[in-house]
Design a protein around this ligand. Sequence first.
Ligand SMILES: [Zn+2]
Length: 382
Amino acid sequence: MQDSLAFIVIVLVVIVLAALVFFVTRRPERREDDAAADYAAGLNYLVSGDLNLALRKLKDAARKDTNNIDAYIKIGDILRSMGHLDQAIKVHRDLTARSSLTPVQRLQILRALVQDYEARERYDLALQMVQKILAIKKDDLWAKEKELQLLEASGEWEKAADIYKKLSKLKDDFRKSRLALYKVEQGKKVRQAGDEKQSRVHFREAIKIDPKCAAAYLELSDSYLRENRPQEAIRALEKFMAAAPEKADLAFSRAKELLFKIGEFGEIENVYQEVIQRSPENWAAYLALAEIKEKKGELDQAINLCQQILQKNPDYRPAREYLIRYFHRSGKDQLAVEQALALINTEQNAKLKYRCTRCGHVESEPFWRCPQCHQWETVEGV
Ligand SMILES: [Zn+2]
């Protein structure tokens, strides 16, 4: 009797122990399976672009397995792309406090934080995170490129130039034109702070770096004009057209305004002549010269310039429009009418516009850095 009781007790104890072992070992496995399934589902939703469901599944995964660092990183990333920037920063920043991170995870978290702060327009904090990345991985190309973007975004043009020099050496893609544009930006910043004179120092430095830097000459000219020094303003444009006749068009509208303002045409006539000589298909230069001839009362020469254009390019409407006016003004109305009829038969030519080759953004004025995608020197005339 005693024996069988002991036996029953032993059997019961064994069963309880077995159940306990089963319970203890089995349950976490299922939890982990669940967590892994949630994580996989979250990634799938992320790939298919359903951010709300992705966020929910990844949160489930992270709750069931708090060591799933990648789930947390992605939760933060999704929050950022939804515009919940403070929440994204909190999720990512909390991760940095963990002591068990692998070096790769730490880098991923820092990169995420850089993007959070950048979206938040806290460029100072974003730059701090970039420095942390570079402290771990000295030649991290992503971090270096980000550093440059952040310095540009915060208007730190001098530092941006330094980083650009190093980065372009790494990538073997150095352009002095970019350094010149940084100088121009520096000049614009100084001018916005009220120092017109110092701004011109920067514009001149830009020209020294890149003698064909259109932006520098145009800014220099505008600066002189703001100080009511039209002679020097026109001089800057002349220098530009002589240095870069292939880009001379960029200065035409300013030159035209200035010339009519000061009413004297001395050197600019020669400059236009030279532009035409060096780029003989620059029709706008012919017309700019024709306008000066017209102003000086030399209508025959103005007419001759228009005819030179139309011989080579009969579809160039502006030349015909000018010609109509010039014929009419010199009393040759019959010829003016002929030109007007020819004009009606000419294909419509759109006005010149400037387009970003990277993102397709279009402006009526030329730009050196695309206002939409922020890329440099992507402009083309269309
Ligand atoms: Zn663009």
